[in-house]
Design a protein around this ligand. Structure first.
Ligand code: SF4
Length: 607
């Protein structure tokens, strides 16, 4: 199979049995790779009602047909499982250098199933594959684990590991790699921890066969040249995602004090150019990336270094907590990475706790003595560690904002900023209806990367509730995540403006199969509908109610900033959903119609 490793590795942790299976041709045909493989395998293999942290759940790590090849940013793989945070579909993309090694070891997917009786790490060196004792690593933070395994096995091994957050079942624990790249969202690290897998160490030297070597080289060179010639390259390389901090602040999209506003009075000291000048010491990129967006920073005040912070982290651990000093934000970023928890969810749940404290819903007695005022840096650092250890008040926050708010009650559910249980990432959506419906309908909960539609809001009028906006979001949801299916980074298309059609000859030369973007979008739509079926299967009564945003976005207009007084009306929220369901070919309760499933070839799977 050109472009593929050809095998799926199945590791049964309960029995210690390790087997390889040929990658099924029909899975390649219908789901292509990466996120597509993950969604298909999850639906097919994890039984209905499985406990996300029990032996029946599985963790799927899947590369795509472009992963590991000389295509810009072709170093992405997808971590998929039943999410312990949402009880639905979790899919989180990991960059860095890990995926290329998976492909070079001849693998398309790794399936972790069952539960190991003792802490282990999975060792993969081409065909030598073993579960090795990790008792000495258990309890240690991510950076120390990566360092120790690299020293022991060699720099050529790439390591993905969990920290105490994953071991302790923090529902938004992540998997860390390359000292600062993460599969961050949905609690994939908690699932790995529940299986007692501390790390995966992988190294491979096998070739990836491509259908047309000359065509592949030509298509790859064309793509790299387009990146090199792009006017967007220099600013993107200088600032990475922090390029949008100032823009978000100016347009009222920067989450501020638990999304109560979209502009932050201390914003300027979080802007990309300020950060570059103050703390960035070098740039860092993933495998095969011509436009490294990672910023490596030094925090003199703390005598520490970190990869980051990038935009989402600045929004969620900075302005959303009322913290304006970029060194403090970067240090909070470092603590989350090292303890093994997602910066976005951590920022979301801590901001909620700060608002509870401000309103007197939580007191010092509840927080273990912490004065949880917005802007309290020490309390934030302290809480990150407590969450990872599930210690004291941290144990409540380790459950994520939806469950924590349900437990505390007293109206705090209204300002728990989440959809489907996933903390909303860093775009305030009081008056940005395309971005709002994007969050409401995202397949993993309130995450931005499926359909980043906020610029479209600005383009066509942010408060307009029109079918074109919904159509745009659906198109993005079908198309953008296809980069996660192919195993390549989407940001060269998004930020450098690379023509997406340049990927078509590359994919054809690699796999020998011609697929246009229209073909790929249909696969994207198939995956979207399959994951919707998964949510419906796992949650009785799943439907419209699950797509509702936090009431803050339709009940509480911000009091400050450029969006002061602006809101999306509740009736417009429902109008957006009506249009969305209709355009998707779903029922008025948001479930795929039989005709839609049939058109996408999903009827048999759904039966
Ligand atoms: Fe990685 Fe950023 Fe390059 Fe994408 S643009 S491949 S995320 S370094």
């Amino acid at each position: 199979m050109n472009g593929y490793g050809g095998s799926i590795l199945r590791v049964n942790l309960s029995t210690g049995k390790i087997t390889k299976e040929p990658t099924p041709l029909e899975m390649v045909r219908d789901f292509i790779g990466g996120r597509g493989f993950g969604a298909y395998l999850l639906y097919k293999e994890v039984p209905k009602g499985a406990d996300p942290l029990g032996p029946e759940n599985k963790l799927f790590i899947s590369s795509g047909p472009l992963s590991g090849l000389m295509i810009p940013g072709a170093g992405k793989c997808d971590f998929t499982c039943k999410s312990p945070l949402t009880g639905g579909y979790a899919s989180s993309s990991l960059g860095g250098l890990f995926t290329a090694e998976i492909k070079y070891a001849g693998l398309d997917s790794i399936i972790l199933e069952g539960v190991s009786p003792r802490p282990v790490y999975l060792f993969i060196d081409n065909d030598m594959i073993e579960l090795r004792d990790a008792s000495r690593l258990w309890g240690r933070n991510t950076f120390a684990v990566e360092k120790e395994l690299k020293e022991k096995l060699g720099e050529e091994f790439q390591i993905a590991c969990i920290g105490p957050g994953g071991e302790n079942g923090v529902l938004f624990a992540h998997v860390n790699h390359d000292y600062g790249r993460q599969a961050g969202r949905g609690g994939v690290g908690a699932v790995m921890g529940s299986k007692k897998v501390k790390a995966i160490a992988v190294h491979g030297t096998k070739s990836i066969h491509v259908a047309d070597v000359t065509g592949y080289r030509q298509a790859g060179l064309t793509l790299f040249k387009a990146c090199k010639d792009s006017e967007g390259l220099k600013p993107w390389q200088d600032y990475g995602t922090t390029i949008v901090v100032s823009w978000c602040d100016e347009v009222g999209a920067l989450p501020t004090r638990n999304f109560s506003a979209g502009s932050f009075e201390g914003g300027k000291t979080l802007y990309g150019p300020y950060m570059r000048e103050q703390i960035v010491i070098t740039d860092k990129g993933c495998f095969g990336c011509p436009s490294p967006c990672g910023k490596y920073s030094r925090m003199k005040r703390y005598n520490t270094n970190v990869e980051g912070p990038e935009y989402e982290t600045i929004g969620m651990l900075g302005s959303n907590l009322g913290i304006a000093d970029i060194q403090d934000v970067a240090q909070a970023n470092l603590l989350c990475d090292d303890w093994g928890i997602d910066t976005i969810s951590a920022g979301g749940v801590i901001a909620w706790a700060m608002e509870c404290y401000q309103k007197g819903i939580l007191t010092k007695q509840d927080t273990g003595g912490l004065e949880l005022n917005f802007g309290n840096v020490e309390a934030t650092f302290n809480l990150i560690e407590k969450i990872a250890k599930r210690e004291g008040f941290g144990a409540l926050l380790a459950e994520g904002v939806k469950k924590a708010a349900k437990k505390i009650g007293k109206g705090s559910e209204k300002f728990a900023i989440q959809v489907k249980g996933l903390e909303q990432s860093a775009y305030a959506t009081h008056n940005a209806t395309a971005m709002l419906i994007s969050y409401m309908t995202c397949d993993v909960g309130a995450h931005h990367n499926r359909a980043w539609a906020i610029t479209y809001d600005l383009q066509v009028g942010r408060d307009r509730v029109v079918p074109e906006k919904v159509a745009r979001v659906i198109w993005l949801q079908n198309f953008r995540p296809m980069f996660d299916v192919l195993g390549a980074c989407r940001l060269q298309w998004v930020e450098l403006g690379i023509d997406r059609d340049l990927y078509v000859p590359a994919l054809e030369a690699v796999t020998g199969m011609r697929r246009t973007w229209e073909d790929l979008e249909k696969v994207g739509e198939r995956i979207w509908n399959l994951t919707r079926l998964y949510w419906a299967r796992e949650h009785e009564g799943f439907g419209r109610e699950w797509d509702m945003p936090a009431p803050r976005f339709y009940e509480e207009p911000p009091k400050t900033g450029v969006t002061a007084g602006q809101i999306t009306k509740f009736e417009d929220v429902n109008k957006l959903l009506d249009m969305y369901y209709e355009q998707r070919g779903w029922s008025s309760n948001g479930l795929p119609n039989p005709e839609t499933l049939s058109r996408l070839g999903l009827s048999a799977l759904a039966a």
